[in-house]
Design a protein around this ligand. Structure first.
Ligand code: NAP
Ligand code: COA
Length: 260
């Protein structure tokens, strides 16, 4: 992170706060965890692979913990939320970003392939939100789903992800209605293409695909993990105290309209 960027938010902004992050042992969600930890938060991360969890916790430093849990298993998610609360107390911020993606033509995608992505992205996100709610510090908690442009724009070979992410954002708005009175803000972040991530390695595996994507982005660049981490920090800060039920897009205007 550039030093100018690291000075955007006050250094101790999240001191005494606790964040639970699902799917945060690599990529964008790990970058969010790192940014929150750097601002003083206690962070608790989960993903399926215990070796990845251990590596992430080591990287996140002293106020970090985590455990292996598959978001498709409600009891495993609830157990990890309990472990987070036992270690750090009430949870202030929840980031639900576990996801699976691959390119597959709809006519060839097996029903189990479609269901797998729905299970991880959509049902897994409900599991995280549902299990976390009773442990959130209320009022004041912030729940963020990591969505994608597929939520509102169709892409070929992405029928499974389009359905899953649209479901997440519809659920986000429903939860914002139900949990607003308790003082929980619920929002989604839809990143555009983000450099150096597993997601882009899968969706834009070669230089030609990368340059095609960049040429369609008015700001002319791929997003950075830090762009999304800073947006998540903003959404958890008091600067976003009146923002709930919102889908925040960070894509350099790539989805703003047809660029021709
Ligand atoms: P990534 O590095 O593959 O991150 C996915 C994370 O989710 C990993 O920590 C993975 O760890 C975990 N995970 C996967 N399945 C899980 C499951 N069933 N239960 C628990 N954890 C699980 O991918 P990324 O590219 O950074 O993407 C992160 C998020 O951003 C996703 O929600 C994605 O849809 C969204 N997004 C990404 C882009 C992009 O350009 N990369 C663009 C738009 C949206 P384990 O393998 O250990 O489980
Ligand atoms: N094309 C078509 N179908 C595919 C596929 C691909 N590239 N990859 C998996 N599938 C199908 C499988 O064939 C299987 O269906 P089947 O039993 O009818 O054949 C189904 O999806 C489940 O596959 P499986 O490998 O058992 O799932 P898993 O639970 O072990 O892994 C995935 C989940 C498939 C989403 C895997 O890619 C993953 O773990 N992804 C996490 C990381 C990631 O995707 N990061 C980017 C986030 S944007």
């Amino acid at each position: 992170m550039s030093s100018a960027r690291s000075e955007i938010f006050r250094q101790d902004l999240f001191r005494g706060k606790t964040a639970f992050l699902a799917g945060a042992t690599s990529g964008i969600n790990l970058a969010i965890a790192e940014r929150m930890a750097a601002l003083g938060a206690n962070v608790f991360v989960i993903s399926r692979d215990s070796a990845k969890v251990a590596a992430a916790v080591g990287r996140l430093g002293g106020n970090a913990s985590g455990c292996a849990a598959d978001v498709r298993e409600y009891e495993a998610v609830a157990g990890s939320i309990d472990a987070c609360a036992a270690r750090f107390g009430a949870i202030d911020f929840v980031v639900s970003g576990a996801a699976g993606n691959f390119l597959a033509h709809a006519a060839e995608l097996s029903p189990r392939g479609f269901r797998t992505v729905i299970d991880i992205d959509l049902i897994g996100s409900f599991h995280v939100a549902r299990a976390a709610f009773s442990r959130m510090r209320k009022p004041g908690a912030s729940l963020i789903f990591i969505s994608a442009l597929q939520s509102f724009t169709a892409y070929p070979q992405q029928v499974h992800v389009c359905a899953a992410k649209a479901g997440i954002d519809s659920m986000m708005r429903a939860l914002a209605l139900e949990w607003g009175p308790a003082g929980v803000r619920v929002n989604s972040i839809a990143p555009g293409p983000i450099r150096d991530t597993e997601g882009m390695a899968r969706l834009a595996p070669d230089a030609a695909a990368t340059s095609r994507i960049t040429s369609g982005i008015p700001l002319g660049r791929f997003g950075e993990k830090a762009d999304i981490a800073d947006l998540a920090v903003f959404l958890c800060s008091d600067a976003a105290a009146n923002i709930s039920g919102a889908l925040m897009v960070s894509d350099g205007a790539g989805s703003a309209g047809r660029n021709w």
